[in-house]
Design a protein around this ligand. Structure first.
Ligand SMILES: Cc1cc2nc3c(=O)[nH]c(=O)nc-3n(C[C@H](O)[C@H](O)[C@H](O)COP(=O)(O)OP(=O)(O)OC[C@H]3O[C@@H](n4cnc5c(N)ncnc54)[C@H](O)[C@@H]3O)c2cc1C
Length: 348
């Protein structure tokens, strides 16, 4: 594919024009252009009132791409980067079913990929399905009555489901077109594939997330709502199970797992349990960092460990144990509390 950037078109235009523009820019006949795919569309209002649409397109041509590109001498054109993410089927489908905790965007797409790979994931979500959740949210907005189990934060679709449905990400990743494609296959407008500020809309998003859930189920996955993970079961430091609480029935249970994908969101009370469980003395992660990863830091480099206000002595002791040649300083926060262990490794 050949990518052509910065093709300006007036506000009133027909997208079929892009094919002619491509032919002109690549200096080929119209019949050489086999297919045009819009990659991005933005509005250029820098020179008001001369407002324009600005397109980036990928062009499939009849003939040798490299040669056409060379002959065109078009500075806006180049070979399109790879974006063809495909889910690979699992090599060994007999492994135990993976468990995904949380059914917001992160959990939903993890479960979708696992389902498409044939792994039949089990999803555990503390909130309700989108439809029941919608009713609870409407009730909250009308009466102020909050259901702590099912609300704008918790449930199918995750935290942003009831906002206006703009798709924002600060990440530049070749899998993004694949994610957008899944939204479109589940009912979102095709324009999100190329709009610079893609917008699904809450009303559509509610159906889209249910579609994605049904796809996961149709591929052998399972989605359990009202199922909150309340703790981890471990043996010899290895995760063996999850403790569950069913908010609807009040029932407690356990599920055996070989591993789990925690996608519980960013709210402080939802910190991944592993991050909260520092072992018997609260130092398990610090010990692992100093013992296993300090060798990755260059001689003379720094290791900064954020810590609780009462852990300074423990961390000084650990640093002396694992990195006896390093110099250690304790830094305080603005409140005067010990906050960071600042370890400088020896220069050689
Ligand atoms: C009000 C609001 C509006 C937003 N608007 C936008 C927007 O317009 N566009 C945009 O791009 N982003 C928006 N965001 C940000 C976006 O919602 C988040 O970036 C995104 O939801 C994060 O996805 P996630 O899957 O990591 O976490 P979440 O969406 O938070 O999903 C976590 C899921 O895990 C479940 N869960 C939590 N704990 C447990 C547990 N112990 N056991 C089982 N399940 C659990 C929760 O119920 C939840 O469904 C908005 C966020 C908020 C709060």
């Amino acid at each position: 594919m050949i990518r052509i950037k910065d093709i300006p078109l007036p506000p009133r235009h027909n997208v079929s024009q892009l094919s002619f523009e491509a032919a002109q820019l690549l200096r080929v006949s119209n019949s050489t252009i086999r297919k045009v795919k819009i990659v991005r569309r933005s509005i250029d209002a820098r020179k008001k009132p001369d407002v324009k649409y600005n397109y980036t397109i990928d062009v499939q041509v009849n003939g040798n791409e490299e040669k056409i590109l060379r002959n065109s001498r078009c500075k806006k054109a180049s070979i399109a980067p790879w974006t063809g993410y495909k889910v690979k089927p699992l090599k060994n489908p007999d492994v135990s079913r993976p468990v995904v905790v949380g059914f917001g965007p992160a959990g939903m797409f993890a479960a979708l990929v696992l389902a498409m790979a044939g792994a039949q994931p089990i999803v555990l979500e503390r909130g309700e399905d989108a439809e029941s959740r919608h009713e609870k949210v409407q009730k909250f907005w009308q009466t102020g009555e909050l259901d702590v189990r099912s609300n704008v934060q918790f449930g199918e679709g995750g935290a942003g489901t009831f906002s206006d449905g703009k798709l924002n990400t600060g990440v530049n990743n070749p899998r993004i077109p694949w994610v957008l494609e899944q939204f479109v296959l589940a009912g979102a407008n095709e324009e999100i594939m190329y709009d610079a500020k893609p917008h699904v809309g809450t009303d559509v998003l509610l159906h889209v997330v249910q579609h994605i859930r049904n796809k996961i189920i149709s591929l052998g996955g399972e989605v359990r709502f009202n199922t909150q993970v309340t703790g981890l079961c471990t043996e010899n430091g290895k995760l063996t199970g999850l403790k569950l609480h069913n908010d609807a029935t009040g029932e407690n249970s356990e599920i055996k797992v070989d591993g789990a994908f925690l996608a519980v969101g960013l709210m402080p009370e939802n910190e991944p349990f592993a991050a909260l469980d520092g072992g018997e003395d609260g130092l398990i992660f610090y010990r692992a960092i100093l013992r296993d990863y300090a060798s990755l830091v260059k001689p003379g480099g720094l290791i900064l460990l954020e810590m609780a206000f009462d852990q300074a002595e423990d961390l000084k002791r650990l640093a002396a144990e694992y990195l006896p040649m390093a110099s250690v300083e304790i830094l305080r926060d603005l409140g005067g509390n010990d906050r960071v262990t600042h370890i400088t490794l020896p220069k050689d």
